[in-house]
Design a protein around this ligand. Structure first.
Ligand code: DGL
Length: 269
């Protein structure tokens, strides 16, 4: 059995593109419909109820595009909205937190840093999942709202971003062994994180939940026999709730044009 309907990918803005990149690597011939709710971002500063509502609305919008599965490519939306979406969804819906926690647990380290939005830190979802498997571990959470804004403003690879990464990373204790980039905006600044660790001679493993998330979706599609047939590169359609040109320009910078964002449409959700 084959299923040629697209996969929905959702984030509050540009962050989900770091997940889309990994999805396209492992499932290149699938079609994707991406929604960035950049009008309401940053989600990290919103209440639990608001984030849940925005996430449910995004599911409803993506459903109108005929999606066969949805990836909530936003940790904050996963923490506050995944359950509510699953309650109403008639398709598989996955988030990024379980895969991210799994990836962190697989390192077998016990001094674990979570760098995320304030809402994700407040939810303690990572902490709970990691402690279930590694009860002795110590989890340190750092809320990093300015880094979300820096990425959205196109500062993920420059001196402005560098200073912000340093400010937040300095908050972790010196014995840190793993840091989970638990906000999908942050892998856009991967080089700044690597630089910081090198400069400070810190031996810390960086975990990006995106690759594990792509693997999880691949498994689901495999099991249900609902992959797309054919061997051609799939279509990608991009929707945002405001400022399509910024999304396109900064998005292509983050993606290094792989995949390339050609056209962005504004929608009301
Ligand atoms: N990219 C989102 C995440 O993974 C959040 C950014 C925001 O605050 O909107 O948590």
């Amino acid at each position: 059995m084959m299923n040629n309907r697209p996969i929905g990918v959702f984030d509050s803005g540009l962050g989900g593109l770091t997940v889309l990149k990994e999805l396209v690597k492992i499932l290149p011939d699938e079609d994707y419909v991406y929604l960035g709710d950049n009008l309401r971002m940053p989600y990290g500063a919103k209440t639990d109820e608001e984030i849940e509502r925005f996430t449910v609305n995004s599911y409803k919008f993506l459903k109108t595009k005929g999606i066969k599965a949805m990836v909530i490519a936003c940790n904050t939306a996963t923490a506050m909205g995944l359950e509510a979406v699953r309650e109403i969804a008639d398709i598989p819906v996955i988030g990024v937190i379980e895969p991210g926690a799994k990836s962190s647990i697989s390192k077998g380290k016990s001094e674990v840093g979570i760098i995320a939005t304030d809402a994700t830190i407040r939810s303690k979802v990572y902490e709970n999942l990691i402690k279930e498997q590694l009860p002795e571990s110590k989890i340190y959470g750092v809320g990093a709202p300015d880094l979300v804004l820096a990425v959205e403003a196109g500062n993920a690879e420059n001196e402005i971003g560098k200073g912000i990464v340093k400010r937040y990373m300095d908050e972790f204790p010196n014995n840190l062994e793993v840091v989970v980039l638990a906000c999908t905006h942050f892998p856009a600044a991967m080089e700044l994180f690597e630089d910081y660790l090198n400069t400070n001679e810190k031996d810390v493993i960086i975990v990006d939940p995106a690759a594990e998330t792509a693997k999880a979706l691949n498994e689901i599609l495999d099991k249900s026999g609902s992959k797309k047939g054919g061997n051609t590169e799939g279509n990608k359609t991009f929707y945002v709730t405001t400022r399509p040109d910024d999304f396109k320009n900064i998005g292509n910078m983050i993606l290094n044009n792989e995949p390339k964002i050609e056209k962005v449409e504004v929608v009301e959700i």
